[in-house]
Design a protein around this ligand. Sequence first.
Ligand code: T4K
Length: 381
Amino acid sequence: MSERPLYVTRPFLPPLEDFLPYLQEIWASGQVTNGGSFHQRLEAALSEYLEVDHLSLTANGTLALMSAIRVLDLAGEVITTPFSFVATSHVLLWNGITPVFADIDADGLNLDPAAVEAAITPRTTAILPVHVYGRPCDVRALQDIADRHGLRLLYDAAHACGVRTAGYNLLQQGDLSVLSLHATKVLHTFEGGAVVSPDARTKRRIDELRNFGFAGETSVVSAGINAKMNELQAAFGLLHLQHLDAAIARRKAIDACYRQALAEVPGIRCLALPDVVRYNHGYFPIRVDDDYPLSRDDLLSSLRDKGIYARRYFYPLICDFPMYRGLPSAEPGHLPVARRVAGEILCLPIYPEMDDADCRRVAGLIRAARPPASPRSGRRS
Ligand code: T4K
């Protein structure tokens, strides 16, 4: 009997009948988008869940970042990480801003504050760090740098929904934080995003920007965009939110299962769990180093041959894509840690629908790998 394929993630989908009452309510109301009742309810419920006061839902995380950049009035150069999904830098280019790539730290895999400070020039207006895999950046060091140099600090918290930190709220760091609620995220609305603002005034400006800049029926106060979340998405988010804690608990169990099963495998390193009150276990990255019998890419291929679709989040580095390659900060040799990590990283399947047998199957295949008969392929320097 062939075993079921496993993907790096699968969107949470409750039984369809659970969603039908929400659809019926939308149909009955006739309001399908533009700030309807589900939109308002999800904004309130998600704010409460995340313990933030000023949250704006958006159509996706990318438009949330675009809106945040506009509200902060960023220009010139913005220092960011090359080890992220490409949207993190694309939003800078779309706003006419030059991304300046700084290296990451080898353990946290987030922007290294020392590298950020070294990258500051007179044209720098902001820092755009990412809490990669929901692992918190060194928020204190980054805030200190921002304060000393008069820079804005915009967090790409696309992966950080549901992460709880001790003594501070991760989503209320810096000037603004942005979430993604894409289907691949721990909480999703098919496509979706959110901006967490520090105060009501900033939230109002984000709300205006996501709605073409309208401040009233006949008043347009900014050159806004259409970044609104519709009622179907918002209703789904409201339903998903009810299952989120259980889903994160299940993810945690899969994480523990992998750690145990991979503990003794030479050349495979699980990242240390971040120092947080609750992690969201949105990803399960491993690092594949030279002590492993296969290159990272050969391991990826051998898993795919068995129907296990792990992913190289994040390879290639953003700075290696053609639209960034020519930047001085993208030069080979400038980002040694990020480059090494991007060559070793592999994200294994993790999602609530998986059971322990799925996890042990993946780990078993990784443990059982033997060196190929022919010379290695795919190993990055
Ligand atoms: N900043 C960061 C740090 C981000 O990671 C992202 C997005 C953003 C900003 C931008 O936020 P959004 O504008 O997207 O809200 C995925 C997602 O499309 C993207 O949202 C995410 N980061 C990125 C890390 O991953 P792909 O190209 O890897 O997705 P895809 O379609 O290959 O899906 C991965 C796997 O998930 C598939 O192999 C199977 C499974 N899957 C996916 C979808 C969409 C399903 O089973 N069902 C589905 O409907 O980018």
